[in-house]
Every structure is written in C-alpha cells, then in structure tokens.
Ligand binder design. Structure first.
Ligand code: HEC
Ligand code: HEC
Ligand code: HEC
Ligand code: HEC
Length: 309
C-alpha cells in the first residue's frame, strides 16, 4: 500500500517537474525568438560578408536594425531589404541568398529604383513581415504568395498596361507575349469578356480582373474543385491544370444535372499552359490596384507611331 502511495506521489512530482521544465523551455524559446529573431542573424552574416569584401573591419560594428521602404502612394511598407541587403550592390553577384545582387540591376530594374518602388509591387509576398516563413514561406493560403521566376511577369501589368496592345513587343515579359499570341489564336474572347483584348464574350466569366483576385477569394469560389488538382493547392496551379485539362477540374455533377465545362481542351504543351496562366494572372483590375498616374509609364509618340521603348 505504502509503496503504491509513494510511487503515485513520485509520478505526480515527476509530471509537475516535467511541466515546469516545458514551461521554462517555452518561455526561453519565446525570449530567444524575441531577442535573436531570424533577421538579426542574416544582418550579422551580411556585415561579415561586407567586411570581408571591402577589407573594412568597421563594417562589423554596423548597427543591426529593421530596414523598410514605406511608399504611401503605392500603399506599401516593404521590409524585404532587412535580409536582402546586397540586392542593390553590384559586387554581391556571387553571394548566397538572401544577399545576392538583384538580376538585371543595371538593366530595366534600374528604371524602378528600390528606394521608390520597394519589392512587393513586383514580387507580392508579405512586405511587413520579417521572417522567411511569413514573407515568402509556404504559408497555406497566403493571400499574395511570393512571385518568382516567370510569374514575376504577372505584376508588370499593374503599371505597364501598354504591353497588351496588339502591336506592342515587350521582350522583358516573354510569357505574356506568348500568352497574348495564344489568346488571339485560340479565340478566348468568343466566350470571355477580356477588356484588355477588347472582347465581349458572355458564355463564360469576365476575366479582365482575374490577376487582381486574391488567393483567398479564389480559394473560396473554387473550394469544391481543388480536390481534382494533382499538384499544389494554389490559384496559380489551379489555373495551370485547368488549361491542361478543363474537364478534369470542372467535370460537372451528374446528380445535380451540371454538365462539364465547355472550355475546350486544346492539348496545350506545359509551356503553353504556363504562358496562358501567366497571361490570365496578369489581367489586372485597375480600380482595385489604384496605381497613381505618375507610376504609369508614359508612351512615347514617335512620328505617328506609338513607341513602347
Ligand atoms: C528574414 C529574412 C528575409 C526576409 C525578410 C525576406 N527574405 Fe527573401 N529570402 C531570404 C532567404 C534566406 C532566401 C533564400 C532561401 C529561400 O528561398 O527560402 C530568400 C529568397 C528570396 C527569393 C528567391 C526565391 C526563389 O525561389 O528563387 C526571392 C524572390 C525573395 N527572397 C524575395 C523577397 C521579398 C520580395 C521579400 C519581402 C516581401 C523578402 N524576400 C523578404 C530571406 C528573407
Ligand atoms: C520592377 C520589378 C521588380 C522589383 C521592384 C523588384 N524585383 Fe526582384 N525580380 C524581378 C524580376 C523580373 C526577377 C527575375 C525573375 C526570374 O526571371 O527569375 C526578379 C528576381 C528576384 C530574385 C531572384 C534572384 C535569383 O537569382 O533567383 C530576388 C531574390 C529578388 N528579385 C528580390 C527582390 C527584392 C528583395 C526586391 C526589393 C528590394 C525586388 N526584388 C524588387 C522584378 C523586380
Ligand atoms: C509600379 C509601376 C511599375 C511596375 C510594377 C513595373 N514597372 Fe516598369 N516602368 C515603370 C515606369 C514608371 C517606367 C518608366 C521609367 C522612366 O521613364 O524612367 C518603367 C520602365 C520600364 C522599362 C523601360 C521602358 C522604357 O520606356 O524606358 C522596362 C523595360 C520595364 N519598365 C519593364 C518592367 C517589367 C518587366 C516589370 C515587371 C517585372 C515592370 N516594368 C514593372 C513602372 C512600373
Ligand atoms: C467555349 C467557351 C470558352 C472558351 C473558348 C474559353 N473558355 Fe475559359 N472558361 C469557359 C467557361 C464556361 C468557364 C467557367 C467554368 C470553368 O472554370 O471551366 C471558363 C473558365 C475560365 C477561367 C477561370 C475563371 C474563373 O473565374 O475561375 C479562365 C482564367 C479562363 N477560362 C481562361 C480562358 C482562356 C485564356 C481562354 C483561351 C485560351 C479560354 N478561357 C477559352 C469557357 C471558355
């Protein structure tokens, strides 16, 4: 009897001690995360790199602080440069991420100085966050997931509306150019209204503002069709798989007497489906985007021709 009582007290003590340890551990973790957040580590690392590159040891003493571009006109606060510190330094080409020089820095990027444009106007992501996970991690249903690779093109049209004009060539956005050619060739305008292409089809949704629709709004609208996707559950991938096989994603419902979608399956290649996905995601609703006129590039009139460069 005694023995049993002792051991049960022993277990209670052990549990109590364990809980206390867990609580102390959690408090410690919270403290560490507060005092030594991820971004501080990246900044210290950067100044080490900078000191080594410049041979100037004083760089190691640079104060550590959150950096941001606050642009009221564009309604954005971007803290990306808190970690991406070498982004505007030409001699960081060979540095690892997040310190690497921005691609095409001296090319067309120079027309969009970071201190004026920030980053999220082209890359989306959460500008105000300062952890990798929150800015561009795989946060489920992040409303504006980070745009990388060819998908960065979808943001150019926030300002460069001129590139939808039939005669406009814009080599910096090759996927949109290819998508534009496909839209005309495949006749999307027969079913869809697309203001940018002057089409007024009524058999399918108006997609003129498709690219402005946020991830969450899209998810809610298409909730029941996400189960048909093979890949990632995102607006981008829904679009891609829908172009590859519209009837797979929109098979209809026999019980409710709903036929499959009438959108044709053209047997598109992967590249063509990517081009069309980039194109539809670049269709912007300018009433919602609200970009001030001074950020809209001016078209240059040249001897009666509109010159886009
Ligand atoms: C806490 C530090 C940190 C912040 C803040 C941060 N980044 Fe990054 N970023 C990284 C690191 C580390 C990498 C490389 C590893 C990775 O991709 O996760 C990276 C990679 C990237 C890449 C390349 C991704 C790829 O797949 O090629 C892009 C683009 C990028 N960041 C843009 C941004 C933008 C835009 C913001 C602001 C909205 C931002 N970053 C904020 C640390 C950061
Ligand atoms: C005018 C639009 C624009 C702005 C502004 C912009 N970027 Fe980019 N960014 C691009 C494009 C275009 C690419 C190339 C995408 C590709 O082809 O992979 C790119 C690529 C990148 C990459 C990937 C580099 C690599 O080697 O893979 C990173 C990281 C990045 N940008 C970070 C930033 C950060 C941080 C800012 C803000 C300081 C910023 N960008 C601002 C358009 C922009
Ligand atoms: C916030 C608005 C905005 C966004 C987003 C934007 N641009 Fe621009 N871009 C401009 C403005 C304004 C100019 C004109 C700058 C000037 O005249 O000096 C410009 C100039 C250019 C030029 C030079 C054209 C010329 O006439 O000299 C190119 C090329 C270009 N942008 C490509 C891009 C690409 C590619 C993207 C997307 C990755 C992009 N831009 C995103 C506003 C924007
Ligand atoms: C024969 C008519 C028809 C043609 C041609 C057609 N579509 Fe569609 N499309 C539809 C219908 C109907 C839907 C709605 C049901 C569905 O999602 O499949 C749709 C849906 C879409 C959606 C999703 C809209 C949303 O709000 O979720 C996009 C984007 C789209 N089409 C783009 C295109 C593009 C780009 C082309 C040309 C390459 C095209 N469509 C050609 C009938 C058509």
């Amino acid at each position: 009897m005694n023995y049993n009582l002792d051991s049960s007290i022993g277990i209670k003590h052990a549990i109590f001690a364990l809980l206390a340890l867990v609580i102390v551990g959690l408090l410690g973790l919270a403290f560490v995360q507060n005092e030594f957040p991820e971004w501080k580590k990246y900044q210290k690392e950067y100044y080490k790199l900078l000191a080594a590159k410049t041979g100037d040891k004083k760089r190691l003493n640079t104060p550590i602080r959150v950096k941001q571009v606050w642009n009221q006109e564009l309604n954005r606060i971007d803290r990306c440069t808190t970690c991406h510190l070498g982004i505007d330094k030409p001699n960081f080409q060979d540095a690892p991420q997040p310190y690497k020089t921005h691609p095409m820095l001296s090319g067309f990027i120079s027309k969009h100085p970071f201190e004026k444009f920030g980053c999220t106007i082209c890359h989306d992501g959460d500008g105000q966050a300062v952890s990798v996970e929150a800015t561009h991690g795989h946060v489920e249903h992040l409303n504006e997931p980070l745009l990388t690779g060819v998908y960065v093109e979808t943001s150019c049209t926030r300002c460069h509306m001129e590139l939808f004009a039939e005669e406009a060539e814009f080599p910096e956005t090759p996927k949109i150019m290819e998508g534009k050619r496909l839209v005309n060739e495949l006749g999307c305008g027969a079913c869809h209204t697309i203001n940018q292409f002057g089409s007024v089809g009524t058999m399918a949704p108006d997609i003129s503002g498709f690219g402005t629709k946020k991830e969450l709004a899209f998810m809610l609208l298409h909730e029941f069709t996400f189960k048909y996707l093979k890949g990632e559950h995102s607006k981008r991938n829904w679009e891609w798989e829908h172009f590859k096989d519209p009837q797979k994603i929109m098979p209809g419902n026999l019980a409710q007497n709903l036929p499959p979608t009438i959108m044709p399956n053209w047997g598109l290649s992967d590249d063509e489906a990517t081009a069309l996905s980039v194109l539809v995601l670049s269709l912007r609703d300018y009433k919602v985007e609200k970009i001030p006129m001074k950020y809209i590039p001016k078209l240059k009139n040249h001897k009666g021709f509109i010159q886009y460069r």
